[in-house]
Write a protein that binds this ligand. Structure first.
Ligand code: ATP
Ligand code: MG
Length: 336
């Protein structure tokens, strides 16, 4: 069946990205909640139709680790894209990590980290999802980062926003204000100048493996892995990625203001992350190797209560939000 706007009843806004807004909607004919992404593009109707056609292959992207696609349509110069609504939101939201684009820069807010067992389950799901895209649809994701990993309260972990439409990617790239911060070194190095052609050749599926490793450290620590000094200095950040040592998963995460729990990470987990964050893409691990690594073998052999963990994390987010509202109210009444 075809989805169109008249069937949709708007609910709350779920978030805003660089290119559009995501809203929760109710699809009346089926009574299914969906997430609708609106992407504004200045394109001719025929180009928009081309994008809708390319998006059609998403109907084949059916896997437990991939967010389900329901359909897309255009209105004027906007593409609307309807997908499965994930009721716990993206990983950054679950963990309380705020990444706010500010005038081309960033300000990273500390969140909480995930314990190793949860980390293993998230890593395993992400690898299986990425491997599915590669093996079954012959595509790479191109935008692996915590905001593109969604969770449900039932504990499932799924990927969204992968680069299925070359035409959509191209049109978006032009308006992108940049936050290339999960990009692998070879992707950054090649974006300008003489390296461009070379990077075009070497930029492959292993670039997603880098982004995966970086995302996993972020989930473990509750913050973006590169030093806070680079959050508002894109140049320094890119410099650190290309010329610095790759980030590592530490042995332990010390308690922080936002996360009083001390967490230990095993040698296996640390080695797994290291295999993702090898600067030379030719030496980086493959999905098959990552799945057979002791870190993910251990994940397959144990039960992980993701439901309780998600509920706990979302409860802490709600408590924080309430505290913030209360503080705001106090400030307001003081100034009156
Ligand atoms: P970028 O624009 O760089 O891709 P982003 O991924 O944060 O950043 P969007 O893809 O527009 O931007 O998504 C905005 C927010 O909406 C996400 O961070 C996520 O929290 C929320 N979101 C997106 N898709 C869904 C979904 N299917 N279910 C629930 N929440 C979603
Ligand atoms: Mg996204």
């Amino acid at each position: 069946f075809q989805i169109n706007m008249t069937q949709l009843q708007l609910d709350e806004e779920l978030g805003k990205g660089n290119y559009g807004t995501v809203k929760k909607v109710l699809h009346r004919p089926t009574n299914v909640f969906m997430a609708m992404k609106e992407i504004q593009l200045e394109l001719s109707p025929s180009k928009l139709d081309g994008i809708i056609m390319e998006l059609d292959i998403l109907h084949r992207a059916v896997a437990p680790e991939i967010v389900e696609f329901y359909g897309a349509f255009t209105i004027e110069s906007c593409v609307y894209y309807c997908m499965e609504y994930m009721d716990a939101g993206s990983l950054d939201k679950v963990l309380g990590i705020k990444t706010i684009a500010q005038g081309g820069g960033w300000s990273g807010e500390l969140g909480e980290g995930a314990p190793e067992e949860v980390l293993g389950r998230i890593a395993a799901s992400m690898v299986r999802g990425l491997k599915f895209l590669k093996d079954n649809l012959q595509i790479m994701h191109r935008d692996v980062k915590p905001t593109n990993v969604l969770m449900s309260r039932k504990g499932s972990v799924k990927l969204c926003d992968f680069g299925v439409s070359g035409q959509l990617d191209n049109s978006i790239a032009k308006t992108n204000i940049g936050c290339q911060t999960y990009f692998a070194p070879e992707r950054i190095q090649g974006t300008t100048g003489a390296d461009a052609q070379e990077a075009f050749n070497t930029y492959t599926v292993s670039s997603d493996v880098w982004s995966l490793g970086l995302s996993i450290i972020e989930v473990a620590l509750g913050r973006y892995p590169y030093p806070p000094e680079t959050y508002n200095n894109v140049f320094a950040q890119l410099q650190a990625i290309v010329h610095g040592e790759p980030p590592q998963l530490p042995e332990e995460k010390k308690p922080t203001e936002t996360d009083p729990v001390e967490v230990h990470f095993s040698a296996e987990a640390r080695d797994w992350v290291r295999c993702c964050l090898i600067k030379d893409p030719a030496h980086r691990a493959t999905y098959a190797q990552l799945l057979e690594h002791p870190f993910l073998l251990a994940d397959r052999q144990r039960e992980v209560d993701m439901v309780t963990w998600v509920a706990g994390a979302l409860g802490r987010r709600e408590a924080q939000a309430q505290l913030r509202r209360q503080l705001l109210l106090e400030v307001e009444t003081e100034t009156v």
